[in-house]
Design a protein around this ligand. Structure first.
Ligand code: HEM
Length: 462
């Protein structure tokens, strides 16, 4: 291990610590490593150091206070080989800055972060409720239906239209996204050593194929937008990008490749994440019928059967507390997405070299007993103060969307979706397990995100 780096386990010759952290058990492994080496340690993947940072204060200090240094991504197979430095989620430097600002401004024009988006979301939520009525009183797995519904919200913003639940092409796309999230992993060696993707057991050759298939679908839509482009009628993200492309010089960052990758990334980032959090919500509702009843009573008293809006969120602190606790438990991105310092940096006596692969371990915050006493227990009430409102330190320190300059770009959309979907769902249905004697597991499976194991539910219309 090069001198000056944070401590870490003894390295084997050549391979370093490869094999020490199994991707499927990365969270447990990092908890163990923290116990032994402290909040900041190094593990070596061959000759490359990977530095893990635990704890709310360290994460805030580096990602927020020194956000100008820690907002790049390290070199991985995704940005180095597949995206060639373009896109939004995996890009760095001036390209990332320009594209993030553009994406935020453009998405805001179409309602992102504004109350006006809720009408669009509610339309989708009501389509979902109609669809769910078909499954009343019989056990079924809601995963694909939820994915389709959540994905339709992002489709409206990106493409200006939604898809029917039985649209065969769209169903295949949703399936591809699902495969992407279960196949990919941010902590496997081939992720940072692209050459390893040629090994027979590498999953990243599969990921490359999945990217190509998703791009095949979105390219058709982009081409259609190009054919019908009208600068006076800008309806969605793709139109906005094409307009910008027409108005900027040829060698700008607004290239065809950039558009294709950004659309794919938005689409992937905006679908599985929210949909998986909703599935976790349903799982906790069947595990905690007492909370199901409390939430429903609250919703009945405050809005009855009228349409939920974001204005109701403050009046429904139990719903908000429930969602926050679900997000804490779901621990969707336990290791966050990797960052890299854009220049050498010294922190707490350690040398953090430019470009190093760094994990900011969000799991260490979600499960911190100092912030969330009895962290393994499901206790939405921890987010409520004595007056029954949902504010306070716990809410502020819950960072499922990360923090700093690379804070999730879709956090406001996701929060809106979670509140509106869940509130409407509780107004319309009671939810039960398929078999109360054999409850589905609350143990998550690690892919790109932490997903619940497949489970069936039974819905009873109210
Ligand atoms: C519950 C739902 C969601 C969770 C928990 C979540 C979480 C995250 C996290 C942890 C990151 C990494 C931040 C970092 O690098 O430090 C991220 C990035 C990102 N998310 Fe989300 N996300 C969610 C929903 C969404 C939605 C709905 C969208 C789309 C509209 C979205 C778009 C993005 C994008 C574009 C980035 C990359 C930002 C950048 O690198 O500058 N996310 N998200």
């Amino acid at each position: 291990r090069p001198k000056g780096l944070p401590p870490g386990p003894t390295c084997y010759p050549i391979i370093g610590n490869v094999g020490l952290v199994k991707p499927s058990e990365a969270v447990k492994a990092h908890r163990k490593l923290r116990k032994k080496y402290g909040d900041i340690y190094t593990i070596m993947t061959f000759h490359k150091p990977m530095i893990a940072v635990h704890g709310y204060d360290n994460i805030r200090e580096l990602l927020v206070k020194h956000g100008d240094i820690f907002s790049d991504r390290p070199l991985t197979i995704v940005n180095g080989v597949f995206n060639k430095g373009k896109g939004l989620v995996w890009s760095s430097g001036p390209l990332w800055k320009e594209q993030r600002t553009f994406a935020l401004t453009t998405m805001r024009k179409f309602g992102f972060g504004k109350r006006s988006l809720q009408g669009q979301i509610m339309e989708e939520v009501d389509c979902l409720m109609d669809e769910l009525e078909k499954y009343e009183n019989k056990p079924f797995d809601i995963q694909n239906i939820l994915n389709t519904s959540v994905s339709n919200v992002i489709c409206s913003l990106l493409f200006g239209n939604r898809f029917e639940y039985d649209d065969t092409k769209f169903k295949r796309l949703i399936d591809l996204l699902n495969k992407l999230f279960t196949t990919g992993s941010g902590s496997s060696p081939e992720f940072i050593f692209p050459i390893l993707r040629h090994l027979p057991m590498s999953r990243f050759a599969k990921v490359q194929k999945l990217f190509a298939d998703i791009d095949g679908f979105t390219s058709e839509i982009i081409e259609e937008h190009r054919r019908n482009f009208n600068a006076n009628n800008i309806n969605d993200f793709i139109d906005g990008f094409l307009l910008q492309q027409n108005e900027t010089e040829e060698n700008s960052t607004f290239t065809d490749e950039q558009l294709k990758i950004s659309v794919r990334e938005f689409f992937a980032a905006g679908t599985e994440t929210t949909s998986t959090t909703l599935r976790w919500s349903l799982l906790f509702l069947i595990h905690h019928p007492e909370w199901q009843q409390k939430l429903r009573d609250d919703i009945d008293a405050v809005i009855g059967q009228s349409q939920p809006t974001m204005e109701h969120k403050e009046q429904l602190p139990l719903v908000e507390a429930f969602i926050l606790e679900v997000q804490r438990h779901a621990n969707l991105f336990p290791l966050g997405l990797p960052h890299a310092p854009k220049e050498d940096f010294n922190y707490k006596g350690y040398h953090l070299p430019k470009g190093t692969f760094m994990f900011f371990v969000l799991d260490s915050v979600m499960t911190d007993p100092e912030i969330f006493p009895e962290p393994t227990k499901f206790k939405p009430e921890r987010f409520l103060d004595n007056g029954g409102t949902c504010n306070g330190e716990q809410k502020e320190k819950l960072i499922p969307f990360s923090t700093g300059r690379r804070l999730c770009l879709g956090d406001s959309l996701a929060k809106m979706e979670l509140f509106l979907f869940l509130t409407r769902f509780l107004q319309k249905f009671k939810i039960k397990p398929e078999n109360p004697e054999c409850m589905p597991s609350l143990e998550g499976k690690m892919g790109i995100t932490t997903m619940p194991t497949s489970f069936n539910i039974v819905l009873i219309k109210r």
